[in-house]
Design a protein around this ligand. Structure first.
Ligand code: G3P
Ligand code: MG
Length: 253
């Protein structure tokens, strides 16, 4: 590990939420093939200070784990392939077309793109642990790349707990698709920095309770400007959007 680089932590993460955060969902999924390098480039070119991506872990021919940036458990919706991601090797996945001739990227390719273009004001990368067994390889990846600004999230709170057991520094966000009485307890147990929730479950009282407990709320997936304005007025910290071109004017202040 490079000891000269300070690990990104909760305090550094809160800087990103000092003003409304427009997060490019799967890059700019409404403008380019989701979770591909052109999609991330598009979001960053539009001015996003944060992007979101989904990772699955697969093995390569040398039996090394590779983190692949793809949303579904299966490849057919987003590529020209068929079947479960987990039934593919790394080499098989890299041969698939994930849209407009672009391959499914490795996590390392996305972070390299960011390092190359944004050496100073580094965008936040929200890595969503989508597949089983992603906690350990992601923790190893971050240990080898200590300068990255990263938020780790997942609907699978056991995967998040496994990550937290290996990495007690990187900010974490449990994801929720419906409201639960135990949400704040879950966040506390994980040492979370914020809560990432579905647009469908947002109510003023929920945002107030989370904010009062010290947890900013990020909301997915918001593509309408009026809706984003309403959420911003409620005290939401930021939104995930497929259309950063539509929402970017709300970023900042
Ligand atoms: O992380 C926010 C959002 O990406 C969660 O839902 O299904 O788009 O990964 P999904
Ligand atoms: Mg996601």
């Amino acid at each position: 590990m490079n000891k000269d680089k300070i690990r990104f932590d909760h305090a550094a993460f809160t800087d990103y939420l000092s003003s409304f955060l427009v997060i490019g969902h799967r890059g700019a999924a409404g403008l380019a093939p989701e979770n591909t390098l052109p999609s991330f480039r598009k979001a960053l070119d539009l001015g996003c200070r944060a992007i979101e991506l989904d990772v699955h872990a697969v093995r390569d021919v040398e039996d090394t784990t590779q983190l692949m940036v793809i949303h579904d458990d299966t490849v057919q919706r987003t590529t020209n392939g068929k079947g479960l991601v987990s039934n593919h090797t790394f080499e098989q996945l890299t041969k698939l077309d994930a849209g407009d001739g672009n391959p499914i990227p490795r996590l390392a390719e996305v972070t390299a793109l960011i390092a190359q273009h944004f050496a100073d004001a580094q965008p936040l990368i929200n890595i969503e642990l989508k597949g089983k067994g992603t906690a350990a390889p992601t923790a190893r990846f971050l240990q080898a790349s200590p300068g990255l600004a990263v938020l780790i999230s997942s609907f699978d709170h056991r995967e998040l707990a496994a990550f937290r057991a290996l990495d007690n520094t990187t900010p974490i966000a449990p994801l929720f698709e419906r409201a639960r009485a135990s949400m704040l307890d879950t966040a506390s147990a994980l040492g979370a920095s914020c809560l990432n929730v579905s647009q469908r479950m947002v109510k003023p009282i929920l945002i107030e309770q989370c904010n009062d407990a010290g947890y900013p709320v990020l909301v997915y997936t918001v593509n309408q400007k009026l809706e984003a304005q309403r959420l911003k007025a409620l005290g939401v910290g930021g939104v995930f959007t497929d259309r950063p071109d539509v929402l970017m004017a709300l970023s900042g202040d």
